[in-house]
Design a protein around this ligand. Sequence first.
Ligand code: AMP
Ligand code: MG
Length: 332
Amino acid sequence: MKKTAICTLLAIMIVLLASCTESKSSRTVYVMDTVASFSLYPENEAAADEISSALNEISDELSPSDGKLFGLNNAGGGEMGKHTRRLLPISQRLYEETRGAFSPYLGSLIELWGIGSKNYVPGAEELLAARSSAKAENAGYTGGRVDLKNGVRLNFGAIAKGYATDVIKEILEKEKVPGAVISLGGNVYVHGTKPGGEAFNVAVRDPAGDENDWILSLPISGKFVISSGDYERYFKKDGKRYHHILDPETGHPAEADLTAVCVISDSGAKGDAYSTALYVMGREAALAFWRERADFELILIGRDRKVTITEGIWESFVPNDEKGYVYEVARR
Ligand code: AMP
Ligand code: MG
């Protein structure tokens, strides 16, 4: 098989090079602790400005360390900002759907570990206290207000980037932009097609490699491609590796049989929450979850270097043969 792209971000750069004769508006901004880059075809500076300011606004509001959400968590609740007001009910629904594997109520646990910042391994008592506060029943909301009891802290780290791509999609539709590619820290949304009408190729990162290593690519149009994995953020202490996806049941990094989950769907927020939750669930439960639903596709990359691909994308993906992964199809 031929290399059709190199990695998610690089894939976008290749797209840009391939279409350098076309007019476009491209931007790179640092938001939500990550690099966001996007290109709109043809050039549309007004829409690009609108997208940049929406990304900054979402990042400012939802940052758990200094945003408005931080203030809300510290104050035990209050009037929610515009994005929190939209995102909390969506998150609650996805929390119920994933039976708590994705939870927006884990702020105290996430801050205790501080994976990627203070990198702390908590003791049993601290964990117990954080886990008992990190419960849905401690957070109530009505209208625009949220009430946070018993130390519960909201954290949208597993869904905010996906939600932001939903907001970008709304702007692209409103501005009637025919084609665009958005990458928010590796979470991709592809709007429409390339100027010639061809689909964009999106490459999925190899969790065992560095950020330029890709495992497979696939043609995408009008969909979100959202990945979660233990390679994104972690630290090592006393020979043990602690990654950033927590199992809400144990309060520890999830001991999954997967290294990465990639969800291809028609909603950014849903794809983002699912990718985190399905990583926590592991391969068998993730496939059972997929079989109960008809509206998304999955790529599950296992520790055993087996890659499970759901039937809706089985015919169209292109593997990177140099990587030595084994591929299997999952059918309904
Ligand atoms: P993602 O990269 O979308 O999988 O999100 C991971 C981030 O979400 C972590 O860095 C934490 O801030 C937060 N998080 C970790 N575990 C969970 C979980 N089980 N449910 C919701 N948020 C989580
Ligand atoms: Mg996620």
